[in-house]
Design a protein. Structure first.
Length: 431
């Protein structure tokens, strides 16, 4: 396994753009929680904090769809630099207006502007791997799958250390410190990445076909996967707020980052195990089984009253999160033609982001009204909805899955959801 990763990193330019992409993506795990902690600290309301965080993520979900198309047409070096500059400016002004006590709506507009400018670094890095390896070998090269697994594992590391850094900076340094740190590392990593022109994919400014364009979400089954992604994203968002509120109620807010990091870490190991297995059951049936297991695991959060009990539930449920994400993305890969793969997976990514924003907002207000305990109920409801979607949509998904070769079904092309990416590819064939 490690030999495969070493071979991939020996690809010319691979180590450089992968490392810079890792730095550029670190804000993914900093900004959302940073806005939540900063806003709740300034206003004293988890509801307002949830709305502010949701505003950032909802605008990011829409903005990334638009900006990704611009990147494909104009090139990474012409778009990503402007995006990260706009995001950084918006976040700086957001901090200033919150500190000065300006009207909440002004700060929300600035948070929305910052989110809309958020660059989709994960897809940009994966596009570079595809460009470099395809030029050397082919799209079906096993190196491409290893490269995507490497990127996904890197993102799980980000979501492991990100909450720890955020909680420590907010509590030990200053409330806006995590956001400022995210600005610095985001700009540094992005500008290093766009200077690596030798591995940048060639832009495609003109369509090469006169066939009418069909949006990816109109293909059968894609809409179901987008809704499933929204439900899954709501789990992440609601749990982030609920864990912060729960630890604060118990007088240990500094442990919120540790618990969120533990959730990401167990998710990474669960994904590594799941992605290395070959299952004969169709992906649609696997999604039903995994979402059912996750629903049962998250039900336990409604009965926890101590940090130890919550830690145990996090370990159990966290190990199931990545398999759900891997299955959703594996299904999505098989529901759209290769020519629309990036577009289709962007809708899934945006669905996760929308769900995250809704989960943060709803859980924030539930916690304000009823306490941290019921905040977990939002996540339980979301995963229950995901289970029902997969159960009643199973027949439609099985009939919609197609072989859009020449890319083999064992080569996962993208596992870059927001905010909790799943590591590795999926080794099962649809049957």
């Amino acid at each position: 396994m490690f030999r495969s990763y070493r071979e991939v990193l020996r690809v010319p330019g691979g180590l450089a753009f992968s490392a810079s992409g890792l730095v550029a993506r670190l804000p993914m795990a900093l900004v959302g929680l940073g806005i939540l902690l900063f806003t709740s600290g300034v206003t004293g309301s988890y509801g307002l904090a949830g709305v502010m965080s949701a505003t950032f993520f909802l605008s990011a979900a829409i903005g990334m769809i638009v900006s990704s198309r611009l990147v494909d047409r104009l090139g990474q070096h012409k778009v990503l630099g402007w995006l990260i500059t706009g995001e950084s400016l918006g976040l700086v002004l957001f901090i200033i207006t919150m500190e000065l006590g300006w009207p909440f709506v002004v700060s929300a507009i600035l948070a929305a502007f910052a989110g809309a400018c958020s660059p989709a670094i994960g897809p940009a890095v994966r596009a570079r791997w595809t460009y470099v390896i395809s030029n050397m070998e082919s799209k079906s090269s096993p190196k491409l799958r290893t490269a995507f697994a490497l990127e996904s594992i890197s993102e799980e590391i980000i979501f492991t250390i990100g909450p720890l850094i955020t909680a420590w900076l907010a509590i030990s340094v200053a409330l806006p410190a995590p956001i400022i740190f995210a600005i610095v590392v985001g700009m540094t990593g992005t500008f290093i990445l766009i200077r690596l022109r030798g591995t940048e994919p060639t832009p495609s400014p003109v369509r090469q076909t006169r066939e009418p364009h069909i949006f990816a979400f109109r293909h059968p089954g894609v809409f179901l996967m987008v809704v499933s992604a929204i439900a899954t994203g709501a789990i992440f968002g609601s749990f982030e707020v609920a864990i912060v509120a729960f630890t604060t109620e118990l007088g240990a807010p500094e442990l919120s980052g540790l618990l969120l990091a533990a959730w990401a870490l167990t998710s990474m190991f669960g994904g590594l195990w799941f992605g290395s297995r070959h299952f004969r059951a169709p992906l649609s049936r696997q999604l039903v089984i995994i979402t059912a297991a996750l629903t049962l695991a998250l039900l336990l959060t409604l009965f926890v009253h101590s940090l130890l009990a919550l830690s145990l539930v996090i370990m159990i449920s966290g190990a199931l999160v990545a398999p759900v994400l891997i299955t959703i993305f594996s299904l999505a890969e098989r529901l759209v033609p290769n020519a629309q793969l990036t577009e289709g997976l962007t809708y899934i990514n945006s669905g996760l982001t929308v769900g995250f924003a809704l989960g943060v907002a709803v859980a924030g207000y539930v916690i304000d009204l009823s306490g941290a305990g019921l905040g977990f109920a939002v996540g339980v409801g979301a995963t229950g909805a995901g289970f029902l979607i997969s159960l009643f949509g199973q027949k439609r998904l099985r009939s919609a899955v197609k072989d859009y070769g020449p890319i083999p079904p064992t080569a996962a092309l993208n596992t870059d959801p927001i905010p909790g990416p799943a590591p590795g590819g999926f080794a099962a064939e649809e049957g």
